[in-house]
Design a protein around this ligand. Structure first.
Ligand SMILES: O=C(O)c1cccc(C(=O)CC[C@H]2O[C@@H](n3cnc4c(=O)[nH]cnc43)[C@H](O)[C@@H]2O)c1
Length: 239
């Protein structure tokens, strides 16, 4: 099985690599556009890890570039799965600080139109889509990781008020986490016909801005531990 993991920033990619191959070695490969893929040698499942940038557009561009590079390399096996991974904001009562969330839906929560009656998703405007359904193995991954299995919202602007958090919860009552890349990764994966998944570790609560309350280090450790548990599930899936 061949898997591409896309994070936003290098620190997240480091955690993923540390979880996947704690003893190394790690090889690096450049892809067009200047991104570097890191690959753990010695695992049954070949996993490439890429830090593609913050936000859905950067994530989509980096993911599409890596998928295109793989597809146009003679003899290279295609990717079987793309995983969007990183830290995120947890919704109150669903995903506390340090929790891991595996997406059961990847939702572009601010893609659409604002109206006096509220947000209209693009489906209601008559074009595009605002939801991707993750790969079936997500349920098993959530079970093995002991993770929350719920919707992950992708936004272009980090929520910073209680009012915005309440609006998102009203529109997506089961929402577990908010982050900024998953839907972009999913769009790129879908355009290549590759299944997608999303794994987030909660670094902060969605709501009023409070940088002092962030627990980025703990979330990065939780992300590492989640990827440590992931390889056996992927190997199981490949059989
Ligand atoms: O300055 C702020 O108030 C602020 C609050 C939360 C996160 C940020 C970031 O710049 C991190 C963006 C980065 O991390 C993911 N992330 C983490 N927490 C959240 C969140 O609550 N809402 C959206 N994205 C979040 C995101 O995927 C980005 O890669 C700044």
């Amino acid at each position: 099985m061949r898997v591409l993991v896309v994070t936003a920033v290098r620190a997240e990619a480091d955690s993923v690599v540390a979880g996947l191959c704690p003893d190394g070695p790690v090889t690096s490969h450049r892809v067009p556009g200047g991104h570097t893929l890191r690959r753990c040698a010695g695992t049954g499942t070949a996993v490439d890890v890429l830090a593609g940038g913050v936000g859905p557009a950067a994530a989509a561009a980096a993911t599409a570039t890596a998928l295109t590079a793989a597809a146009s390399t003679p003899g290279a096996p295609p990717y079987d799965l793309v995983v969007s991974a990183g830290i995120g904001g947890g919704f109150a009562g669903v995903a506390p600080l340090g929790a891991v969330v595996v997406a059961d839906a990847m939702v572009a929560a601010d893609l659409g139109a604002q109206t006096p009656d509220g947000h209209l998703p693009v489906e209601e405007l008559g074009f595009g889509r605002s939801v991707h359904r993750p790969a079936a193995l997500s349920e098993r991954v959530a079970e093995v990781l002991g993770a929350v299995h719920g919707p992950v919202l992708t936004v272009s602007t980090v929520t910073g008020t209680a009012a915005r958090a309440a609006e998102l919860t009203a529109r997506h009552p089961r929402a577990a986490v908010e982050a900024m890349e998953g839907f972009g990764v999913a769009e790129a994966a879908a355009s290549h016909g590759v299944p997608v998944a999303e794994i987030r570790a909660v670094s902060n609560a969605v709501g009023p801005r409070d940088r002092a309350a962030w627990r980025v280090g703990e979330a990065l450790d939780a992300l590492r531990d989640a990827f440590r548990l992931l390889i056996p599930v992927l190997d199981e899936e490949a059989r």
